[in-house]
Design a protein around this ligand. Structure first.
Ligand code: SAM
Length: 239
């Protein structure tokens, strides 16, 4: 599998095990100690998760469906998926993220299980960068991870994720059309010495081309925007 750019991946890993972990854990959490920008991003991200869940449910119940959540973060998607009975393989390059996701899953899935319609299966958590993922899954989902990949590495990343998916690939990314000035303002949310340049935006056409190259096509698209958060969400299927 191809590495993302010269040391980029190491920088990303370090960031999401350190200051990035603290920042994003707060954003993805429920506590009040967030500033206005962080709160806005929390809202935007929760809409992305909600929309992804909607897309996932559109094709029928998730009970028993295998889902690979690549770059799972603190489990924002993996946990609700498990609640719906999906068999979830959740992985992330950051050990801190995976540990947090696992702790949250244990709390939410064990305690709340009485109220749930189907018996949740604990996601299988693993510390792994997505280039090293293997196996086959009905569905592969990768939310808000592409921002760490320059376009020349994004193609290989998308091709690899598609190769793991039997039926669907759901991706979200920061679209090139928005965001540009914004990144400078929220630079602290991204890894690397020159933070604004370490966040990569993607044109929808480039993502689409990368999918087409490996025989996939986009079936559904969505756009999620708040004041400080912009994401394109696409669902791709074999063409
Ligand atoms: N997908 C989660 C969500 O939407 O809640 C987390 C999104 S967070 C902005 C980005 C995550 O991608 C971080 O947890 C980071 O550690 C992970 N990540 C970045 N590069 C990765 C890679 N090459 N392989 C696996 N995970 C990666």
């Amino acid at each position: 599998a191809e590495e993302i750019g010269g040391g980029d991946k190491e920088v990303v890993r370090e960031y999401f095990n350190g200051t990035g972990f603290q920042r994003w854990k707060k954003i993805y959490g429920e506590t009040d100690d967030v500033n206005k920008v962080q709160l806005d991003i929390r809202l935007g991200h929760s809409k992305t998760v909600e929309n992804a869940l909607k897309m996932l449910n559109d094709e029928g119940p998730l009970n028993g469906v295998t889902v690979c959540d690549a770059g799972c973060g603190t489990g924002s998607l993996s946990i609700p998926l498990a609640k719906e009975g999906a068999v979830v393989y959740a992985s992330d390059i950051s050990a801190a993220m995976v540990a947090e996701a696992e702790t949250k899953a244990r709390e939410e899935l064990r305690n709340g299980s009485a109220e749930l319609s189907s018996q949740p299966v604990m996601p299988k958590f693993e510390v792994k960068d997505l280039e090293s993922l293997d196996g086959k899954y009905d569905t592969v989902v990768c939310l808000d991870v592409l921002i760490h990949y320059p376009q020349n590495k994004a193609d290989a990343m998308i091709a690899h994720l598609a190769s793991l998916a039997e039926n669907r690939l759901i991706l979200s990314f920061a679209p090139k059309t928005f965001y540009y000035d914004l990144l400078k303002r929220i630079g602290e949310l991204f890894p690397g010495p020159s933070k604004a340049t370490r966040a990569y935006l993607h044109a929808e056409a480039d993502v689409e081309r990368a999918l087409q190259k490996v025989g996939w096509k986009i079936r559904k698209r969505g756009l999620i925007t708040t004041q400080f958060y912009f994401a394109k969400l696409v669902e791709a299927v074999p063409a």
